[in-house]
Design a protein around this ligand. Structure first.
Ligand SMILES: Nc1ncnc2c1ncn2[C@@H]1O[C@H](COP(=O)(O)OP(=O)(O)OP(=O)(O)O)[C@@H](O)[C@H]1O
Length: 325
């Protein structure tokens, strides 16, 4: 197998995205709250995402970071057109991702995330996937694909087309999932923590391939992850989500830790600051469980996860979440 080694830590040159072209991804004052069981905003709970504003030019490779529960997946799903939001709040390639369904059906906007399970969710229960088919059939099921691109992806992801999909390991299944998701030449790609199951070489090859896609075709990628090793070479931008806001959004060239090969140290510091800020706001948490306070605790935990700051609460719950699978 031919493998490409990841860039040396500490001696990295970050990609630079084009700044003169119109933005690939443009977010203007985005607020988002999940609705309660009655489908309405939950009173007294601020939006999960608050007044998010940023834009990425074509050719960007943006790392999206944040603690568990910070809202990364939610944000990526919004960008991917899976939640309904006001049309003007998010523009992908100048279009509204939820309302302009051609963006996703054409493959121009691609979202790869979540698990590919062996079970099929059906009417509230789940049925084991019993089909026996090779990886090649999954890959060939996408119509209108450039055969050279297909070959290249199979090689980059080191896929054996004869793998039986019900027998392969999680990492092998993940490789096929990623391959299928990348067959169409995207213009904007949203990757939500999809490299967890990949071994270190597989991940390095994939990240290098994705970076080339951005530099050669002007495509843009946002990649949300908790795995940072060897990624210093990859981003043109870094974003950190905390308390519903972008606590950091910078070009890679303005982040010395990347050139020094210390991305992990940077994220560790950001997570630590984030946690300390949360503790200051909420005080110590009781470890005693009182079942009579279940509703209150659920509301508290939601508010805590969202970095709610009493007194500065923004109650403009502008969005009803409508989910598109
Ligand atoms: N469908 C939903 N309905 C209500 N709340 C939700 C829903 N999905 C997620 N949440 C809440 O939104 C918050 C953010 O979740 P999200 O999955 O976006 O975070 P994340 O940053 O991707 O976390 P992780 O790093 O753990 O994957 C969490 O508090 C979660 O409980």
């Amino acid at each position: 197998m031919e493998v490409e080694r990841p860039a040396q830590q500490g001696a990295t040159e970050q990609p630079v995205a084009s700044t003169s072209a119109p933005a690939s991804i443009d977010v203007r004052g985005l607020n988002f709250a999940y609705p309660g069981l009655d489908g309405r905003p939950i009173p007294g709970i601020p939006p999960l995402l608050r007044d998010l504003t940023f834009s990425l030019p074509p050719g960007s490779t943006c790392l999206l970071l944040g603690a568990n529960g910070a809202g990364k997946t939610t944000f990526m799903k919004i960008l991917g057109g899976k939640h309904m939001i006001p049309e003007e709040a998010v523009r992908i390639l100048g279009r509204a991702p939820f309302h302009d369904t051609a963006l996703t059906t054409s493959g121009e906007l691609a979202y790869i995330g979540g698990n590919w399970q062996r079970d099929i969710a059906f009417a509230g229960t789940s049925i084991p996937l019993t089909g026996d088919f090779p990886a090649q059939r999954m890959i060939d099921s996408i119509p209108g694909v450039d055969p050279e691109r297909k070959k290249r992806l199979i090689k980059v992801l080191d896929i054996d087309p004869s793998w039986r999909m019900h027998q392969v390991s999680d990492g092998q299944r993940r490789r096929v999932q990623i391959c299928v998701g990348l067959l169409k030449p995207f213009k904007v790609l949203l990757l939500d923590e999809i490299t967890v199951d990949l071994d270190v070489l597989g991940r390095a090859d994939l990240m290098r391939f994705l970076q080339e896609e951005c530099s050669s075709r002007g495509a843009s990628i946002i990649y949300a992850t908790h795995i940072f090793d060897g990624l210093e070479f990859w981003p043109s931008h870094v974003a950190y989500l905390a308390g519903g806001r972008l606590a950091l959004f910078k070009e890679a060239k303005d982040i010395p830790e990347l050139a020094q090969g210390r991305l992990l140290g940077l994220v560790y510091g950001l997570l630590n600051d984030d946690r300390e800020a949360q503790i200051k706001v909420r005080g110590p948490v009781s470890t005693e469980w009182d079942p009579s306070r279940e509703g209150e605790v659920a509301a508290f935990s939601y508010a805590f996860n969202n970095g709610w700051v009493p007194g500065t609460m923004n109650t403009s719950l502008s969005t009803n979440a409508v989910m598109r699978n």
